[in-house]
Write a protein that binds this ligand. Structure first.
Ligand code: NAD
Length: 298
């Protein structure tokens, strides 16, 4: 009589242990499944504006997952060659570079053609190239407006329309548009940039809807301040205008908009891009995903 509850207790413990082991094995399997699918071996990723900043961070993160890379952007020829060689050496993938000017549709077509001739197709398209100009609307130079709309918005229409047929044929693809916190909210003196970034968030939604029943997803990433050459120019201008140090200018920029008080990094954005390319993200569609230190939570 005294032994029964003891045996029952042991039996119950064994049943519980088996259950725990089963759950742990299941979780391990699912995690492994998602991790395996995060591997991008055999895929090709084209990242526009990837000779610097965020684009380079994303290109390196995708290469780390095994994707071949098409680099694009401007810069010193030797430096670009060094970036290309480093990415190949560091991750054991193939990388090519195309110097298409993203404001010119013919050059974009040529780049897409070269990418598919070299690698078969573009499986992952990251529309990242972008420029900025800061001025009040009445003083905003018309050529700057045109360039910002062409590079930050229209180029994504061209790359997307050219990438979609091959993605549809494979029934797999990932399109990631690098928008901005300025795709969700405005700031004074950034009319063209804010218009282009709101535009790309809209374009992302339409691309996601038109591909909703396929294995192709399209999402936007909306970064806050990231300390790249694009932002360093704004830091320099602020330091100059307010006669303050570089560090004070950085703190000023951050404290105005970004509650965390810290810059987002290209590596963090690369990690988000890798997630959006994974199987785990296959039902993330048409999102405008903020990584902005709390900027747009205010
Ligand atoms: P960056 O200046 O470091 O890089 C821009 C890249 O685009 C470079 O490779 C440059 O050569 C390329 N580029 C510029 N004009 C081009 C053209 N006509 N054709 C081809 N390539 C061209 O800037 P970044 O900060 O890394 O910006 C990358 C993207 O991220 C942009 O779309 C920008 O709007 C967006 N963004 C940046 C921040 C930030 O705080 N830095 C925040 C939100 C969004």
């Amino acid at each position: 009589m005294v032994m029964m509850p003891y045996f029952l207790g042991v039996k119950l413990m064994m049943v519980r242990l088996k259950l725990y082991l089963k759950i742990a094995a299941f979780e391990f399997q699912s995690e492994r499944h998602i991790m395996q699918n995060a591997s991008l071996e055999g895929k090709t990723a084209l990242v526009t504006g990837s000779t610097s900043g965020i684009g380079l961070g994303i290109a390196r993160a995708l290469a780390q997952q095994g994707a071949h890379i098409v680099l694009n952007g401007f810069g010193d020829t030797d430096e670009i060659k060094a970036l290309q060689t480093a990415i190949e050496k560091d991750f054991g993938i193939k990388a090519i570079y195309h110097n298409a000017d993203m404001s010119k549709s013919a050059e974009i077509s040529a780049m897409m053609q070269v990418a598919s001739e070299k690698f078969g197709a573009v499986d992952i398209l990251v529309n990242n190239a972008g420029i900025q100009h800061v001025a009040n609307i009445e003083n905003f130079p018309i050529d700057k407006w045109d360039a910002i709309i062409a590079i930050n918005l229209t180029s994504a229409f061209h790359t997307t329309r050219l990438a979609l047929p091959a993605m549809k044929e494979k029934n797999w693809g990932r399109i990631i548009n690098i928008a901005s916190a300025h795709g969700l909210v405005g700031s004074a003196q950034k009319s063209a940039y804010v218009a282009a970034k709101h535009g790309i968030v809209g374009f992302t939604k339409v691309t996601a809807l038109e591909t909703a029943q396929t294995g192709i997803t399209c999402n936007a990433i909306c970064p806050g301040w990231v300390l790249t050459p694009l932002v360093q120019k704004q830091v320099d201008a602020r330091a100059r205008n307010e006669s303050i140090s570089n560090d004070e200018a950085k703190k000023g920029l951050l404290s105005e908009k970004q509650p965390s008080g810290e810059f987002v990094t290209p590596e963090q954005l690369g990690a988000l891009a890798v997630f959006l390319c994974s199987e785990g993200a296959s039902q993330v569609r048409g999102a405008a995903w903020s990584m902005d230190g709390g900027w747009t939570a205010q």
